[in-house]
Design a protein around this ligand. Structure first.
Ligand code: NAG
Ligand code: NAG
Ligand code: NAG
Length: 509
Protein backbone atom coordinates (compact mmCIF):
# COMPACT_ATOMS: atom_id res chain seq x y z
CA UNK A 1 0.00 0.00 0.00
CA UNK A 2 2.85 2.37 0.83
CA UNK A 3 4.57 1.43 -2.35
CA UNK A 4 1.46 2.14 -4.38
CA UNK A 5 1.28 5.61 -2.79
CA UNK A 6 4.92 6.28 -3.63
CA UNK A 7 4.48 5.26 -7.25
CA UNK A 8 1.52 7.58 -7.50
CA UNK A 9 3.54 10.42 -5.96
CA UNK A 10 6.35 9.93 -8.46
CA UNK A 11 3.92 9.82 -11.34
CA UNK A 12 2.33 13.12 -10.29
CA UNK A 13 5.70 14.73 -9.82
CA UNK A 14 6.76 13.76 -13.34
CA UNK A 15 3.61 15.24 -14.78
CA UNK A 16 4.18 18.40 -12.76
CA UNK A 17 7.74 18.75 -14.13
CA UNK A 18 6.55 18.17 -17.68
CA UNK A 19 3.88 20.79 -17.40
CA UNK A 20 6.28 23.36 -15.98
CA UNK A 21 8.80 22.63 -18.69
CA UNK A 22 6.33 22.96 -21.47
CA UNK A 23 5.00 26.21 -20.04
CA UNK A 24 8.54 27.54 -20.01
CA UNK A 25 8.94 26.49 -23.60
CA UNK A 26 5.68 27.89 -24.78
CA UNK A 27 5.90 31.26 -23.23
CA UNK A 28 9.61 31.85 -22.96
CA UNK A 29 9.07 33.83 -19.82
CA UNK A 30 11.25 36.89 -19.60
CA UNK A 31 12.20 39.37 -16.94
CA UNK A 32 10.50 42.71 -17.07
CA UNK A 33 12.02 46.03 -16.01
CA UNK A 34 11.62 45.19 -12.36
CA UNK A 35 13.48 41.93 -12.78
CA UNK A 36 10.27 39.98 -12.26
CA UNK A 37 9.40 37.19 -14.66
CA UNK A 38 6.79 38.50 -17.04
CA UNK A 39 3.63 36.50 -17.64
CA UNK A 40 3.71 37.35 -21.37
CA UNK A 41 5.21 35.39 -24.25
CA UNK A 42 7.41 37.05 -26.85
CA UNK A 43 5.08 37.49 -29.79
CA UNK A 44 8.02 37.39 -32.19
CA UNK A 45 8.96 33.96 -30.92
CA UNK A 46 5.79 31.98 -30.25
CA UNK A 47 6.73 28.33 -29.76
CA UNK A 48 3.25 26.95 -29.26
CA UNK A 49 2.32 25.35 -32.54
CA UNK A 50 -1.34 25.50 -31.66
CA UNK A 51 -1.29 29.30 -31.36
CA UNK A 52 -3.82 31.01 -33.63
CA UNK A 53 -1.44 33.90 -34.22
CA UNK A 54 2.16 33.77 -35.36
CA UNK A 55 4.28 36.80 -35.98
CA UNK A 56 7.52 37.16 -37.89
CA UNK A 57 9.68 40.04 -36.80
CA UNK A 58 12.91 41.39 -38.17
CA UNK A 59 14.39 40.76 -34.73
CA UNK A 60 13.16 38.20 -32.17
CA UNK A 61 14.93 39.73 -29.22
CA UNK A 62 12.61 41.05 -26.58
CA UNK A 63 11.53 44.66 -26.98
CA UNK A 64 13.61 45.05 -30.10
CA UNK A 65 11.27 44.51 -33.03
CA UNK A 66 10.14 47.55 -34.95
CA UNK A 67 8.19 45.52 -37.43
CA UNK A 68 5.96 42.46 -37.11
CA UNK A 69 4.09 40.52 -39.78
CA UNK A 70 1.46 38.40 -38.11
CA UNK A 71 -0.68 35.60 -39.47
CA UNK A 72 -4.03 34.73 -37.97
CA UNK A 73 -4.94 31.12 -38.66
CA UNK A 74 -8.16 29.27 -39.11
CA UNK A 75 -10.52 29.24 -36.16
CA UNK A 76 -9.60 32.76 -35.18
CA UNK A 77 -9.05 34.40 -31.87
CA UNK A 78 -11.49 36.19 -29.58
CA UNK A 79 -11.28 39.90 -28.98
CA UNK A 80 -10.73 39.38 -25.25
CA UNK A 81 -8.28 36.47 -25.61
CA UNK A 82 -5.38 36.87 -23.15
CA UNK A 83 -3.03 36.23 -26.06
CA UNK A 84 -3.26 39.89 -27.11
CA UNK A 85 -1.40 40.90 -23.93
CA UNK A 86 1.67 39.21 -25.33
CA UNK A 87 2.20 42.30 -27.45
CA UNK A 88 3.66 43.89 -24.30
CA UNK A 89 6.75 41.84 -25.11
CA UNK A 90 7.49 44.04 -28.15
CA UNK A 91 6.55 47.59 -27.25
CA UNK A 92 8.69 49.11 -30.00
CA UNK A 93 6.70 47.82 -32.93
CA UNK A 94 6.09 50.63 -35.42
CA UNK A 95 4.78 48.62 -38.31
CA UNK A 96 2.27 45.83 -37.76
CA UNK A 97 0.59 43.66 -40.36
CA UNK A 98 -2.13 41.06 -39.92
CA UNK A 99 -2.73 38.61 -42.73
CA UNK A 100 -5.75 36.47 -42.10
CA UNK A 101 -5.62 33.00 -43.56
CA UNK A 102 -9.26 31.96 -43.40
CA UNK A 103 -12.73 33.47 -43.07
CA UNK A 104 -13.68 34.30 -39.53
CA UNK A 105 -10.09 34.36 -38.35
CA UNK A 106 -10.35 37.98 -37.30
CA UNK A 107 -13.69 39.75 -37.12
CA UNK A 108 -12.68 43.00 -35.40
CA UNK A 109 -9.95 45.64 -35.27
CA UNK A 110 -7.60 44.35 -32.53
CA UNK A 111 -7.84 47.44 -30.34
CA UNK A 112 -6.15 45.64 -27.46
CA UNK A 113 -2.99 45.54 -29.54
CA UNK A 114 -3.13 49.12 -30.74
CA UNK A 115 -3.61 50.42 -27.26
CA UNK A 116 -0.52 48.51 -26.03
CA UNK A 117 1.84 49.64 -28.75
CA UNK A 118 2.98 53.14 -27.92
CA UNK A 119 5.00 53.51 -31.08
CA UNK A 120 2.69 51.96 -33.62
CA UNK A 121 2.67 54.02 -36.84
CA UNK A 122 1.55 51.64 -39.58
CA UNK A 123 -1.29 49.19 -39.22
CA UNK A 124 -2.21 46.91 -42.06
CA UNK A 125 -4.91 44.22 -41.88
CA UNK A 126 -6.03 42.21 -44.87
CA UNK A 127 -8.33 39.29 -45.73
CA UNK A 128 -10.08 39.49 -42.38
CA UNK A 129 -13.82 39.32 -41.91
CA UNK A 130 -14.49 42.62 -40.20
CA UNK A 131 -18.11 43.54 -40.83
CA UNK A 132 -18.07 46.86 -39.07
CA UNK A 133 -15.65 49.41 -37.67
CA UNK A 134 -16.98 50.71 -34.35
CA UNK A 135 -16.50 54.15 -32.83
CA UNK A 136 -12.96 54.89 -31.65
CA UNK A 137 -11.76 51.54 -33.05
CA UNK A 138 -8.21 52.82 -33.12
CA UNK A 139 -8.26 53.91 -29.48
CA UNK A 140 -7.38 57.56 -30.03
CA UNK A 141 -3.83 56.54 -30.93
CA UNK A 142 -1.49 59.52 -31.06
CA UNK A 143 1.11 57.66 -33.11
CA UNK A 144 -0.75 55.94 -35.95
CA UNK A 145 0.12 57.46 -39.33
CA UNK A 146 -1.26 54.94 -41.74
CA UNK A 147 -4.21 52.53 -41.49
CA UNK A 148 -4.47 50.18 -44.45
CA UNK A 149 -7.44 47.78 -44.42
CA UNK A 150 -7.99 46.28 -47.88
CA UNK A 151 -10.21 43.23 -48.55
CA UNK A 152 -11.71 42.81 -45.11
CA UNK A 153 -15.44 42.63 -46.01
CA UNK A 154 -16.05 45.86 -44.10
CA UNK A 155 -19.62 46.99 -44.78
CA UNK A 156 -20.29 49.50 -42.06
CA UNK A 157 -18.40 52.45 -40.65
CA UNK A 158 -19.89 53.72 -37.42
CA UNK A 159 -19.79 57.38 -36.42
CA UNK A 160 -16.30 58.22 -35.08
CA UNK A 161 -14.86 55.02 -36.54
CA UNK A 162 -11.79 57.05 -37.44
CA UNK A 163 -11.59 59.70 -34.74
CA UNK A 164 -9.06 61.55 -32.64
CA UNK A 165 -6.03 60.22 -34.48
CA UNK A 166 -3.85 63.26 -34.61
CA UNK A 167 -0.98 61.83 -36.65
CA UNK A 168 -3.04 59.84 -39.12
CA UNK A 169 -2.07 60.70 -42.71
CA UNK A 170 -3.26 57.81 -44.88
CA UNK A 171 -6.34 55.61 -44.72
CA UNK A 172 -7.14 52.89 -47.20
CA UNK A 173 -10.37 50.92 -47.17
CA UNK A 174 -9.98 49.65 -50.71
CA UNK A 175 -11.92 46.53 -51.79
CA UNK A 176 -14.43 46.31 -49.01
CA UNK A 177 -18.24 46.38 -49.06
CA UNK A 178 -19.04 49.80 -47.67
CA UNK A 179 -22.39 51.03 -48.99
CA UNK A 180 -22.80 54.36 -47.28
CA UNK A 181 -20.69 57.11 -45.74
CA UNK A 182 -22.35 58.85 -42.85
CA UNK A 183 -21.40 62.12 -41.25
CA UNK A 184 -18.74 62.12 -38.54
CA UNK A 185 -17.22 58.77 -39.51
CA UNK A 186 -14.01 60.72 -40.01
CA UNK A 187 -13.59 63.04 -37.04
CA UNK A 188 -10.69 65.09 -35.71
CA UNK A 189 -8.07 63.81 -38.12
CA UNK A 190 -6.09 67.01 -38.56
CA UNK A 191 -3.34 65.37 -40.61
CA UNK A 192 -5.34 63.11 -42.89
CA UNK A 193 -4.07 63.59 -46.44
CA UNK A 194 -5.12 60.51 -48.36
CA UNK A 195 -8.39 58.62 -48.13
CA UNK A 196 -8.87 55.68 -50.45
CA UNK A 197 -12.34 54.17 -50.73
CA UNK A 198 -11.98 52.55 -54.15
CA UNK A 199 -13.78 49.31 -54.99
CA UNK A 200 -16.54 49.41 -52.42
CA UNK A 201 -20.30 49.54 -52.97
CA UNK A 202 -20.82 53.17 -52.02
CA UNK A 203 -24.08 54.51 -53.31
CA UNK A 204 -24.70 57.23 -50.72
CA UNK A 205 -22.29 59.78 -49.38
CA UNK A 206 -24.08 62.01 -46.92
CA UNK A 207 -23.80 65.77 -47.03
CA UNK A 208 -20.87 66.95 -45.00
CA UNK A 209 -19.35 63.51 -44.52
CA UNK A 210 -15.88 64.85 -45.30
CA UNK A 211 -16.30 68.16 -43.59
CA UNK A 212 -13.69 67.56 -40.89
CA UNK A 213 -10.98 66.73 -43.40
CA UNK A 214 -9.54 70.16 -44.13
CA UNK A 215 -6.14 68.76 -44.99
CA UNK A 216 -7.16 65.96 -47.28
CA UNK A 217 -5.32 66.17 -50.59
CA UNK A 218 -6.34 62.92 -52.27
CA UNK A 219 -9.75 61.25 -52.26
CA UNK A 220 -10.40 58.05 -54.19
CA UNK A 221 -14.03 57.08 -54.67
CA UNK A 222 -13.52 55.14 -57.88
CA UNK A 223 -15.23 51.83 -58.66
CA UNK A 224 -18.29 52.44 -56.51
CA UNK A 225 -22.00 52.84 -57.27
CA UNK A 226 -22.44 56.59 -56.90
CA UNK A 227 -25.19 58.02 -59.08
CA UNK A 228 -25.13 61.69 -58.03
CA UNK A 229 -22.66 64.26 -56.86
CA UNK A 230 -23.69 67.50 -55.27
CA UNK A 231 -21.73 70.36 -53.84
CA UNK A 232 -22.66 69.43 -50.25
CA UNK A 233 -20.90 66.05 -50.57
CA UNK A 234 -17.55 67.75 -50.64
CA UNK A 235 -17.96 70.36 -47.91
CA UNK A 236 -14.73 71.01 -46.08
CA UNK A 237 -12.38 69.61 -48.71
CA UNK A 238 -10.86 72.97 -49.48
CA UNK A 239 -7.35 71.55 -49.84
CA UNK A 240 -8.20 68.54 -51.97
CA UNK A 241 -5.91 68.24 -54.99
CA UNK A 242 -7.04 65.02 -56.58
CA UNK A 243 -10.52 63.48 -56.77
CA UNK A 244 -10.99 60.12 -58.43
CA UNK A 245 -14.57 59.13 -59.24
CA UNK A 246 -13.86 56.77 -62.12
CA UNK A 247 -16.19 53.85 -62.80
CA UNK A 248 -19.23 54.95 -60.86
CA UNK A 249 -22.79 55.38 -62.18
CA UNK A 250 -22.90 59.15 -62.55
CA UNK A 251 -25.31 60.22 -65.29
CA UNK A 252 -25.02 63.98 -65.03
CA UNK A 253 -22.98 66.74 -63.42
CA UNK A 254 -25.16 69.52 -62.07
CA UNK A 255 -24.32 73.17 -61.41
CA UNK A 256 -21.38 73.76 -59.08
CA UNK A 257 -21.10 70.09 -58.11
CA UNK A 258 -17.40 70.50 -57.29
CA UNK A 259 -17.42 74.12 -56.21
CA UNK A 260 -16.23 73.33 -52.67
CA UNK A 261 -12.98 71.98 -54.07
CA UNK A 262 -11.13 75.26 -54.53
CA UNK A 263 -7.72 73.65 -54.75
CA UNK A 264 -8.60 70.71 -56.96
CA UNK A 265 -6.05 70.04 -59.70
CA UNK A 266 -7.10 66.63 -60.99
CA UNK A 267 -10.61 65.34 -61.53
CA UNK A 268 -11.17 61.84 -62.88
CA UNK A 269 -14.68 61.02 -64.05
CA UNK A 270 -13.90 58.35 -66.62
CA UNK A 271 -16.06 55.28 -67.08
CA UNK A 272 -19.31 56.73 -65.78
CA UNK A 273 -22.55 57.18 -67.71
CA UNK A 274 -22.39 60.94 -67.98
CA UNK A 275 -24.67 62.29 -70.70
CA UNK A 276 -25.08 65.82 -69.48
CA UNK A 277 -22.84 68.40 -67.84
CA UNK A 278 -24.53 71.57 -66.77
CA UNK A 279 -23.00 74.83 -67.99
CA UNK A 280 -21.51 75.52 -64.53
CA UNK A 281 -20.88 71.86 -63.70
CA UNK A 282 -17.20 72.58 -63.18
CA UNK A 283 -17.77 76.06 -61.79
CA UNK A 284 -15.25 77.11 -59.16
CA UNK A 285 -12.50 74.72 -60.25
CA UNK A 286 -10.07 77.51 -61.00
CA UNK A 287 -6.99 75.42 -60.18
CA UNK A 288 -7.97 72.37 -62.23
CA UNK A 289 -5.20 71.15 -64.53
CA UNK A 290 -6.45 67.74 -65.52
CA UNK A 291 -10.01 66.77 -66.38
CA UNK A 292 -10.69 63.26 -67.48
CA UNK A 293 -14.08 62.34 -68.91
CA UNK A 294 -13.20 59.37 -71.10
CA UNK A 295 -15.66 56.50 -71.60
CA UNK A 296 -18.86 58.37 -70.89
CA UNK A 297 -21.92 59.11 -73.01
CA UNK A 298 -21.39 62.76 -73.84
CA UNK A 299 -22.78 63.81 -77.19
CA UNK A 300 -22.55 67.58 -76.73
CA UNK A 301 -20.84 69.95 -74.36
CA UNK A 302 -22.22 73.35 -73.50
CA UNK A 303 -20.02 76.29 -74.61
CA UNK A 304 -19.51 77.41 -70.99
CA UNK A 305 -18.47 74.07 -69.46
CA UNK A 306 -14.75 74.82 -69.43
CA UNK A 307 -15.06 78.53 -68.93
CA UNK A 308 -13.70 78.70 -65.38
CA UNK A 309 -10.96 76.13 -65.91
CA UNK A 310 -8.33 78.62 -66.93
CA UNK A 311 -5.45 76.37 -65.83
CA UNK A 312 -6.58 73.26 -67.66
CA UNK A 313 -3.80 71.50 -69.58
CA UNK A 314 -5.12 67.96 -69.93
CA UNK A 315 -8.60 67.24 -71.22
CA UNK A 316 -9.51 63.65 -71.93
CA UNK A 317 -12.76 63.13 -73.84
CA UNK A 318 -11.92 59.78 -75.45
CA UNK A 319 -14.67 57.30 -76.20
CA UNK A 320 -17.71 59.50 -75.90
CA UNK A 321 -20.36 60.29 -78.49
CA UNK A 322 -19.24 63.77 -79.43
CA UNK A 323 -20.06 64.91 -82.94
CA UNK A 324 -17.92 67.98 -82.65
CA UNK A 325 -15.90 70.04 -80.23
CA UNK A 326 -16.59 73.66 -80.97
CA UNK A 327 -13.91 76.28 -80.52
CA UNK A 328 -16.20 78.34 -78.27
CA UNK A 329 -15.98 75.58 -75.67
CA UNK A 330 -12.21 75.82 -75.60
CA UNK A 331 -11.92 79.59 -75.70
CA UNK A 332 -10.37 79.96 -72.26
CA UNK A 333 -8.18 76.89 -72.30
CA UNK A 334 -6.77 76.84 -75.81
CA UNK A 335 -3.82 79.05 -74.85
CA UNK A 336 -2.66 76.57 -72.17
CA UNK A 337 -3.18 73.74 -74.56
CA UNK A 338 -0.13 74.80 -76.56
CA UNK A 339 2.19 73.97 -73.66
CA UNK A 340 4.61 71.04 -73.63
CA UNK A 341 2.55 68.83 -71.34
CA UNK A 342 -0.89 69.55 -72.59
CA UNK A 343 -3.21 67.19 -74.38
CA UNK A 344 -6.76 67.21 -75.61
CA UNK A 345 -7.67 63.61 -76.34
CA UNK A 346 -10.66 63.08 -78.59
CA UNK A 347 -10.26 59.62 -80.12
CA UNK A 348 -13.16 57.25 -80.12
CA UNK A 349 -15.86 59.85 -80.74
CA UNK A 350 -18.15 60.39 -83.70
CA UNK A 351 -16.63 63.67 -84.84
CA UNK A 352 -18.01 65.05 -88.07
CA UNK A 353 -15.45 66.35 -90.56
CA UNK A 354 -16.50 69.97 -90.87
CA UNK A 355 -15.27 73.48 -90.29
CA UNK A 356 -16.20 73.43 -86.61
CA UNK A 357 -13.00 71.42 -86.12
CA UNK A 358 -10.76 73.89 -87.94
CA UNK A 359 -9.20 75.02 -84.63
CA UNK A 360 -7.50 71.64 -84.50
CA UNK A 361 -5.27 72.56 -87.47
CA UNK A 362 -4.09 75.63 -85.68
CA UNK A 363 -3.48 73.78 -82.41
CA UNK A 364 -1.55 71.09 -84.29
CA UNK A 365 0.67 73.79 -85.70
CA UNK A 366 1.22 75.70 -82.51
CA UNK A 367 1.44 73.07 -79.76
CA UNK A 368 4.76 72.29 -78.14
CA UNK A 369 3.45 68.96 -76.89
CA UNK A 370 4.59 65.93 -78.84
CA UNK A 371 1.84 63.84 -77.31
CA UNK A 372 -0.69 66.38 -78.48
CA UNK A 373 0.64 66.29 -82.05
CA UNK A 374 0.59 62.51 -82.17
CA UNK A 375 -2.92 62.42 -80.78
CA UNK A 376 -4.23 65.00 -83.25
CA UNK A 377 -2.49 63.39 -86.20
CA UNK A 378 -4.35 60.17 -85.68
CA UNK A 379 -7.70 61.79 -84.97
CA UNK A 380 -10.46 60.46 -87.19
CA UNK A 381 -13.62 62.16 -88.23
CA UNK A 382 -16.63 61.03 -90.18
CA UNK A 383 -17.42 62.44 -93.57
CA UNK A 384 -21.07 62.02 -94.40
CA UNK A 385 -21.41 60.57 -97.88
CA UNK A 386 -22.06 63.46 -100.19
CA UNK A 387 -25.80 63.98 -100.47
CA UNK A 388 -27.40 66.10 -103.16
CA UNK A 389 -27.51 69.25 -101.08
CA UNK A 390 -23.80 69.30 -100.24
CA UNK A 391 -22.37 69.35 -103.69
CA UNK A 392 -19.30 71.22 -102.63
CA UNK A 393 -17.93 68.50 -100.42
CA UNK A 394 -17.75 66.07 -103.30
CA UNK A 395 -14.55 67.32 -104.90
CA UNK A 396 -12.71 66.85 -101.64
CA UNK A 397 -13.72 63.22 -101.44
CA UNK A 398 -12.78 62.60 -105.04
CA UNK A 399 -9.43 64.17 -104.61
CA UNK A 400 -8.69 62.00 -101.65
CA UNK A 401 -9.66 58.86 -103.51
CA UNK A 402 -7.37 59.74 -106.38
CA UNK A 403 -4.31 60.22 -104.26
CA UNK A 404 -5.27 57.14 -102.29
CA UNK A 405 -3.26 58.26 -99.30
CA UNK A 406 -6.08 58.87 -96.93
CA UNK A 407 -7.82 56.20 -94.97
CA UNK A 408 -11.43 56.00 -96.02
CA UNK A 409 -13.59 53.47 -94.37
CA UNK A 410 -17.23 52.88 -93.79
CA UNK A 411 -18.37 53.29 -90.24
CA UNK A 412 -21.29 51.23 -89.08
CA UNK A 413 -21.30 51.41 -85.34
CA UNK A 414 -18.97 52.12 -82.48
CA UNK A 415 -17.82 48.55 -81.93
CA UNK A 416 -16.84 48.05 -85.49
CA UNK A 417 -15.19 51.40 -85.23
CA UNK A 418 -12.98 49.98 -82.52
CA UNK A 419 -12.24 46.93 -84.59
CA UNK A 420 -10.97 49.22 -87.32
CA UNK A 421 -8.73 50.98 -84.86
CA UNK A 422 -7.09 47.68 -84.07
CA UNK A 423 -6.68 46.91 -87.72
CA UNK A 424 -5.16 50.33 -88.19
CA UNK A 425 -2.51 49.53 -85.67
CA UNK A 426 -1.81 46.17 -87.21
CA UNK A 427 -1.38 47.28 -90.75
CA UNK A 428 0.07 50.71 -90.33
CA UNK A 429 -1.45 53.99 -91.23
CA UNK A 430 -1.11 53.92 -94.99
CA UNK A 431 -3.54 51.17 -95.61
CA UNK A 432 -6.72 52.37 -97.24
CA UNK A 433 -10.11 50.81 -96.76
CA UNK A 434 -12.03 51.18 -99.93
CA UNK A 435 -14.14 48.10 -99.60
CA UNK A 436 -17.46 48.37 -97.84
CA UNK A 437 -18.31 46.12 -94.93
CA UNK A 438 -19.32 42.57 -95.70
CA UNK A 439 -22.25 42.31 -93.28
CA UNK A 440 -24.19 45.29 -94.50
CA UNK A 441 -27.37 43.31 -95.12
CA UNK A 442 -28.05 42.67 -91.44
CA UNK A 443 -29.36 46.19 -90.91
CA UNK A 444 -31.31 47.92 -93.60
CA UNK A 445 -31.32 51.56 -92.50
CA UNK A 446 -27.59 51.93 -92.42
CA UNK A 447 -26.24 55.23 -93.60
CA UNK A 448 -22.87 54.84 -95.18
CA UNK A 449 -20.38 57.19 -93.65
CA UNK A 450 -16.70 57.60 -94.28
CA UNK A 451 -14.08 57.90 -91.66
CA UNK A 452 -10.93 59.84 -92.36
CA UNK A 453 -7.98 61.33 -90.62
CA UNK A 454 -9.01 64.90 -90.02
CA UNK A 455 -5.61 66.47 -90.57
CA UNK A 456 -5.20 64.78 -93.93
CA UNK A 457 -8.12 66.76 -95.24
CA UNK A 458 -6.91 70.21 -96.30
CA UNK A 459 -8.58 72.63 -93.89
CA UNK A 460 -10.08 74.70 -96.71
CA UNK A 461 -11.92 71.62 -97.93
CA UNK A 462 -13.78 71.01 -94.69
CA UNK A 463 -17.47 71.42 -95.35
CA UNK A 464 -19.50 73.71 -93.14
CA UNK A 465 -22.57 72.48 -91.26
CA UNK A 466 -26.00 72.08 -92.76
CA UNK A 467 -27.60 74.74 -90.64
CA UNK A 468 -25.48 77.34 -92.39
CA UNK A 469 -26.97 76.25 -95.68
CA UNK A 470 -30.48 76.36 -94.28
CA UNK A 471 -30.11 79.88 -93.01
CA UNK A 472 -28.68 80.90 -96.36
CA UNK A 473 -31.65 79.39 -98.12
CA UNK A 474 -34.10 81.29 -95.96
CA UNK A 475 -32.25 84.59 -96.59
CA UNK A 476 -32.13 85.27 -92.85
CA UNK A 477 -29.08 87.10 -91.52
CA UNK A 478 -26.45 84.76 -90.05
CA UNK A 479 -26.98 83.89 -86.40
CA UNK A 480 -24.39 84.85 -83.81
CA UNK A 481 -22.88 81.37 -83.94
CA UNK A 482 -22.48 81.51 -87.65
CA UNK A 483 -20.77 84.86 -87.41
CA UNK A 484 -18.39 83.30 -84.91
CA UNK A 485 -17.59 80.43 -87.26
CA UNK A 486 -16.91 82.91 -89.93
CA UNK A 487 -14.65 85.08 -87.80
CA UNK A 488 -12.77 82.35 -86.06
CA UNK A 489 -12.03 80.23 -89.08
CA UNK A 490 -8.34 79.73 -88.78
CA UNK A 491 -7.51 80.34 -92.40
CA UNK A 492 -8.87 82.97 -94.70
CA UNK A 493 -9.42 80.31 -97.28
CA UNK A 494 -12.15 78.69 -95.26
CA UNK A 495 -13.97 81.96 -95.07
CA UNK A 496 -13.60 82.43 -98.77
CA UNK A 497 -14.82 78.99 -99.69
CA UNK A 498 -17.64 79.35 -97.18
CA UNK A 499 -18.64 82.58 -98.86
CA UNK A 500 -18.52 80.92 -102.26
CA UNK A 501 -20.60 78.12 -100.89
CA UNK A 502 -23.14 80.54 -99.55
CA UNK A 503 -23.34 82.32 -102.86
CA UNK A 504 -23.92 79.06 -104.70
CA UNK A 505 -26.56 78.00 -102.22
CA UNK A 506 -28.35 81.29 -102.49
CA UNK A 507 -28.10 81.09 -106.26
CA UNK A 508 -29.97 77.78 -106.23
CA UNK A 509 -32.99 79.19 -104.43
C1 NAG B 1 -11.33 58.99 -27.50
O1 NAG B 1 -11.48 60.37 -27.23
C2 NAG B 1 -12.82 60.84 -27.19
C3 NAG B 1 -12.81 62.33 -27.03
O2 NAG B 1 -11.87 62.75 -26.12
C4 NAG B 1 -13.55 60.13 -26.07
O3 NAG B 1 -14.90 60.56 -26.03
C5 NAG B 1 -13.51 58.64 -26.31
O4 NAG B 1 -14.11 57.95 -25.25
C6 NAG B 1 -12.07 58.18 -26.46
N1 NAG B 1 -12.11 56.78 -26.85
C7 NAG B 1 -11.21 55.89 -26.52
C8 NAG B 1 -11.43 54.50 -26.96
O5 NAG B 1 -10.23 56.21 -25.91
C1 NAG C 1 1.00 58.11 -47.35
O1 NAG C 1 0.92 57.63 -48.67
C2 NAG C 1 1.80 58.26 -49.58
C3 NAG C 1 1.52 57.75 -50.96
O2 NAG C 1 1.37 56.39 -50.98
C4 NAG C 1 3.23 58.04 -49.14
O3 NAG C 1 4.12 58.68 -50.02
C5 NAG C 1 3.41 58.60 -47.74
O4 NAG C 1 4.71 58.34 -47.29
C6 NAG C 1 2.40 57.99 -46.80
N1 NAG C 1 2.49 58.66 -45.53
C7 NAG C 1 2.67 58.01 -44.41
C8 NAG C 1 2.78 58.83 -43.17
O5 NAG C 1 2.76 56.80 -44.37
C1 NAG D 1 0.59 75.60 -90.16
O1 NAG D 1 1.98 75.82 -90.42
C2 NAG D 1 2.29 75.78 -91.78
C3 NAG D 1 3.80 75.87 -91.94
O2 NAG D 1 4.39 76.53 -90.87
C4 NAG D 1 1.59 76.92 -92.48
O3 NAG D 1 1.87 76.89 -93.85
C5 NAG D 1 0.09 76.75 -92.30
O4 NAG D 1 -0.61 77.84 -92.85
C6 NAG D 1 -0.25 76.66 -90.84
N1 NAG D 1 -1.66 76.32 -90.71
C7 NAG D 1 -2.43 76.87 -89.83
C8 NAG D 1 -3.85 76.41 -89.83
O5 NAG D 1 -2.06 77.73 -89.05
Amino acid sequence: MDLKYLVLMIAFATIEINVTESRQNDKRRWKNDKGVYSPYANICDIQDRASRVHCYCESVKLKSAARADCWVFNGGIAEDDPFWSNFYSQPNIEKLTFNVRADGGLTYIPAKVIVRLDRLQYLNIQYANIYSIPSFAFTNSTTLREIILPKNKIAKLERMAFAHLIMLANVSLVENQITELKRDVFYVLPNLQRLHLSKNSLSVIHEGCFKHLDNLIELDLDNNLLTVVIRENFQGLSNLISLDMRSNKLAMIGDLAFAELWSLQELFLDGNEIEFISERGFGGLTQLRKLSLADNKLSTLDDGVLEELSKLVILDLKNNRLETLQQELLQNVLDNMRGSYSVIALDGNQLTCDCRLSWIYKLRNETRSKRQRVSLDRLNCIMAEPTNNIELSRPATNKIKQTNRVVIKPVVNKNEDKAYDDIDEEFGEDRAYDEPMQDQETETEKVLEYRRKLLEIPSEQLPCPHRLIHSAESHSPPTQDEVKYFKTSSSGKIAVSWLAFLTVAVGFV
